[in-house]
Design a protein around this ligand. Structure first.
Ligand SMILES: *[C@@H]1O[C@H](CO)[C@@H](O)[C@H](O)[C@H]1NC(C)=O
Ligand SMILES: *[C@@H]1O[C@H](CO)[C@@H](O)[C@H](O)[C@H]1NC(C)=O
Length: 234
């Protein structure tokens, strides 16, 4: 009886050779993370969640309706110190990977379109830093008002938290631009001519809290045309 309990104890500790390298650490983090709320302490102001966009591809763009489909890697970064660990206790592991469903996750979404994201793991660092980069298909409607004058269409992708105002979740932009270093421009009738990331803070008459959004603006111009007037586009 005592002997059996000793063996069970060993297995539960997961310190023996047949255990996988990350088992004990991931279990330790998941146990600590279970049922947690937004990592804002009683005294701290708010949680910074940074957002960035890496544009991969413009799949389609209709110059009449403005309907567009894009592929992008969205980048989200925040810190949840409750998940931190002492790497010396866990074989010097300083980084692990976990499903975001197992930890507290933000609710930042695209307001003016539909997205579908691949279920990818988040990187979790021993200091509680979290990096999540879900590859995302974005469907939105772009502004075509300038198409007839200069052949351009502008897509604005507005992101914000669905439920948290800025006093709890402070959305910040990783950059003032979109990362286009991985953009695949071939095989589509449009040039990417301009891009930007803009953070905006709004106050409404009703409420004292700030409302924060980050908007990614992408301008595309139709290829292989001279943009001198209406006639060439009709
Ligand atoms: C949070 O973001 C603000 C910018 O909006 C910055 O000034 C502040 O230092 C950030 N706080 C932390 C803890 O990173
Ligand atoms: C349309 O073109 C005008 C003049 O260049 C510019 O000021 C405006 O921002 C453009 N609209 C959009 C939606 O890009």
């Amino acid at each position: 009886m005592v002997y059996t309990r000793a063996i069970v104890g060993l297995l539960a500790l997961c310190a023996v050779a047949q255990c996988q390298r990350f088992d004990a650490l991931n279990k330790y983090i998941i146990d600590k993370a279970a049922g947690t709320s937004i990592p804002v302490s009683a005294t701290s102001k708010s949680l910074n969640v940074s957002i960035g966009m890496t544009l991969i591809q413009l799949t389609s763009l209709d110059s009449k309706s403005g309907d567009a489909e894009l592929e992008a890697w969205m980048t989200f970064q925040w810190t949840d110190t409750r998940l931190s660990w002492d790497s010396a206790t866990f074989n010097d592991v300083t980084i692990t990977r976990l499903p975001v469903s197992k930890i507290w996750n933000h609710d930042v979404i695209l307001f003016n379109g539909k997205t579908s994201a691949s279920e990818t793991l988040a990187l979790v660092h021993s200091d509680g830093g979290i990096l999540h980069i879900p590859p995302t298909t974005i469907k939105t409607r772009c502004d075509v008002n300038n198409y007839t004058t200069d052949g351009t269409v502008t897509c604005s992708l507005k992101y914000g938290s669905w439920t948290y105002d800025g006093s709890l979740l402070n959305l910040v932009s990783r950059s003032t631009s979109v990362d286009v270093s991985s953009y695949e421009s071939g095989g589509i009738a449009w040039h990417l001519t301009d891009h930007a990331a803009t953070r905006e803070v709004k106050h409404y008459a009703c409420c004292s809290e700030p409302y924060v959004d980050v908007t990614f603006t992408l301008t595309f111009q139709v290829k292989g045309q001279r943009y001198s007037g209406w006639s060439i586009f009709s």
